[in-house]
Design a protein around this ligand. Structure first.
Ligand SMILES: CC(C)(COP(=O)(O)OP(=O)(O)OC[C@H]1O[C@@H](n2cnc3c(N)ncnc32)[C@H](O)[C@@H]1OP(=O)(O)O)[C@@H](O)C(=O)NCCC(=O)NCCS
Length: 177
């Protein structure tokens, strides 16, 4: 689905476009970014990435945004909607490492939650985060996500099993804040 433009304090979210494919490829192949993601950068190439973006734009269940700050493209965020259960799974990466730890992930997430609960009127948003991703965990916790459990060894990456922490936020708790 074509994602609407969303504006936060420091961030603007715009629908992803094929001209950004080179950046995504570069970030997916950066081991310091890739270690937090399920995607395997080695299996990607520019043609596949452009096709992924085209498919995402046509999808009836996915919103994919590019994250920009001061006209700089720094990452991406997306939602996969589950209409049957009135919920979504959310994901993010800021690929430009110089932009980590500046509150931009938090700013992005606040916009996404506002979109999910106020505009889409969802009941729940959920996510999975690798057990060693303390920065991600802290960012999500700050925005209201709660720890819901651990899927032991749910991810196999570079020959190692990783525990995945499941987090969620309910509409009723979001609206109370
Ligand atoms: C995870 C990510 C989206 C967070 O965005 P961000 O803009 O870097 O994070 P923010 O600055 O908004 O918030 C980070 C918080 O974690 C804290 N933090 C940073 N490193 C930490 C660590 N090692 N342990 C604990 N907390 C940490 C920060 O201090 C901050 O909390 P505070 O505001 O209470 O001080 C971003 O870092 C990123 O994309 N990383 C690479 C890919 C990735 O991890 N994607 C997510 C996969 S689930």
């Amino acid at each position: 689905m074509k994602a609407p433009i969303l504006k936060g304090k420091e961030i603007i979210l715009k629908p992803i476009k094929t001209s950004e494919a080179g950046n995504y490829l570069r970030w997916f192949n950066d081991p310091e970014i890739n270690r937090y993601l399920t995607i395997d950068g080695k299996q990607l190439n520019l043609v596949k990435e452009i096709q992924y973006i085209k498919n995402a734009l046509k999808s009836k269940t996915k919103y994919n945004w590019a994250i920009y700050t001061s006209n700089m493209h720094i990452g991406s965020t997306g939602l996969e909607l589950n209409f049957q259960h009135n919920k979504a799974t959310w994901g993010i990466f800021i690929g430009e490492k110089d932009y980590h730890n500046q509150g931009l992930g938090t700013d992005t997430l606040k916009m996404i939650l506002n979109f999910c609960f106020k505009r889409l009127k969802l009941n729940r948003v959920e996510l999975g985060v690798f057990s060693y991703n303390q920065r991600g965990y802290r960012c999500y916790e700050k925005c209201g996500f709660k720890f819901e459990g651990v899927k032991k060894q749910a991810i196999l990456k570079n020959g190692k099993y990783i525990d995945e922490i499941m987090m969620g936020i309910l509409r009723k708790d979001y609206l109370k804040k």
